[in-house]
Design a protein around this ligand. Structure first.
Ligand SMILES: NC(=O)c1ccc[n+]([C@@H]2O[C@H](COP(=O)([O-])OP(=O)(O)OC[C@H]3O[C@@H](n4cnc5c(N)ncnc54)[C@H](O)[C@@H]3O)[C@@H](O)[C@H]2O)c1
Length: 437
């Protein structure tokens, strides 16, 4: 067991990353860039093939970065899980979605734990990063790993260190975002902290696995509730003829006690719309309601309906009905400048608009065509933007405020623009054609 500590200290530890997605790949890059040898594991052979050929699978991670770590020999990906035996630490970044009934879907955590248990050997460190409810690592993961016959904290080390990746954020990278870590034992935590410290600038140790799991949930509950609050205020202020974006911008000049959150067409992404409900589910086991979370969920999920009602109102002003109108949705990704459309409110907007009889297209420079998702299959392709095509739509609906868009040009050539992101704030001419929603 002292062996692992020494090999972490000497940067000789071989790091395995299980799950090479939006979270796993940046982690791979940080460890390999720090000079550690990294093996990537995924069940998706296509992903593995692409990565091993030195190409990226995520828009905001350039091919050059993957090429560099592959050609340096520090990174190789595989679908062969038996090679988990050959690494010193296994960092698990598999999905944690919700089931159709909005309950935690633990199938990926369970499956990856079973895979690790099959190949677990004495002295390895296993750290889970997937967002989950407090209690997961001790109650669900540890028993599965221990089915190998090895004991957590004794024969192998077990930790939980939540990922705080923020795709597309230009101010922070995986390396510069402080990372929380809790352990099955203090020794487990300290070993994980030492390992991560090679790749992450600041580690924040906490007293237990559960505290680390709860931290991540708190961060996302905080965002979910605050976004719901400004979404509700948006609707109230709209009725009162007040621009919520102007108010938030002015309010955020207060140098203390106020953090700005911005309204939008609804919640998107893998985290904020989902993670809080992991806590709701767990709290139920303790007979506790999570009323703030439920209320925030209610407000946030109603937002696409609000946006559609604003589109109908705006078309009505132009003596048109939504039924039969041509609507172009701008931006499909759940937030700007990324290519991730998981849980994107744009998808729901398109479905709602179609249900009401609109003819809907979309444009997104990051998403050339839609792919099948767990609950949606739009089967659409991005339409190329041109002045002529814009003028052919009855309404252009800005759902995601990608930086690439020239909003003044879009407004100039559109008959009507419904803006859910205040993306047209600085557009001077054609303001009478803009409706904020
Ligand atoms: N995307 C984000 O910005 C973000 C930020 C913070 C935390 N998280 C959390 O991180 C976790 C991973 O999210 P993600 O966005 O990287 O997901 P993802 O879907 O992009 O990647 C997950 C990867 O795991 C692979 N996988 C699934 N089951 C596997 C198994 N049994 N063995 C090996 N590989 C397996 C998938 O093929 C996929 O490549 C989730 O819990 C998420 O909530 C995500």
């Amino acid at each position: 067991m002292a062996g692992l500590q020494q090999c972490i200290k000497n940067k000789k530890a071989v790091v395995g990353v299980l799950g090479l997605g939006y979270v796993g790949l940046p982690l791979v890059r940080e460890f390999a860039s720090a000079g550690l040898s990294v093996k990537g594991f995924d069940i998706d052979p296509k992903k593995v093939r692409v990565l091993n050929s030195g190409r990226s699978i995520i828009k905001h991670i350039p091919h050059s970065q993957v090429k560099k770590i592959v050609s340096s020999g520090l990174f190789k990906a595989t679908v062969d899980m038996s090679r988990l035996r050959t690494v010193d630490a296994i960092l698990v970044c598999v999905p944690t979605p919700l089931t159709a009934n909005r309950e935690p879907d633990m199938q990926y955590i369970v499956a990856s734990s079973q895979t690790i248990a099959r190949y677990l050997r004495k002295g390895q460190l296993v750290s889970f990063e997937s967002t989950t409810y407090p209690g997961t690592t001790r109650e669900l993961v540890a028993p599965i790993l221990e089915s190998s016959g090895l004991k957590a904290g004794k024969d192998f080390y077990l930790a939980y260190s939540p990922e705080r990746e923020d795709p597309g954020n230009k101010n922070f990278t995986t390396r510069t975002i402080p990372k929380i870590v809790g352990g099955y034992t203090n020794k487990c935590r300290d070993l994980a902290r030492q390992l991560y410290a090679h790749a992450i600038e600041k580690m924040v140790p906490v007293s237990s696995l559960e505290a680390a799991e709860a931290c991540k949930i708190v961060e996302n509950v905080y965002r979910c509730i605050n976004i719901a609050m400004v979404n509700e205020l948006k609707m109230v202020f709209d009725r009162m003829g007040i621009d919520v974006w102007e108010v938030i911008r002015a309010a955020s000049t207060k140098p203390f006690g106020f953090s700005p959150f911005y309204p939008g067409p609804g919640l998107g992404g893998h985290c904020i719309p989902i993670d809080p409900f992991y806590l709701t589910w767990k709290a139920r086991q303790y007979g506790m309601p999570t009323r703030f979370i439920e209320l925030a969920g209610e407000v946030n999920t109603s937002m696409p309906h609000y946006v559609v009602s604003k589109v109908m109102e705006a078309l009505n002003h132009h003596k048109k009905s939504l039924k039969g109108s041509k609507v172009l949705v701008l931006g499909l990704a759940y937030k700007k400048d990324i290519d991730d459309l998981r849980e994107s409110p744009s998808i729901e907007l398109i479905e709602l608009l179609r249900e009401k009889g609109a003819r809907v297209d979309y444009n997104d420079p990051y998403i050339p065509r839609t792919h099948r998702q767990r609950q949606h299959n739009l089967k659409m392709a991005s339409k190329k933007l041109s002045a002529k095509m814009l003028s052919g739509y009855d309404c252009v609906l800005i759902s995601t405020d990608h930086s690439d868009y020239d909003y003044a040009w879009i407004v100039r050539h559109s008959k009507l623009v419904v803006d859910t992101r205040n993306a047209t704030a600085t557009v001077r001419s054609g303001r009478s054609r803009i409706v904020k929603a």
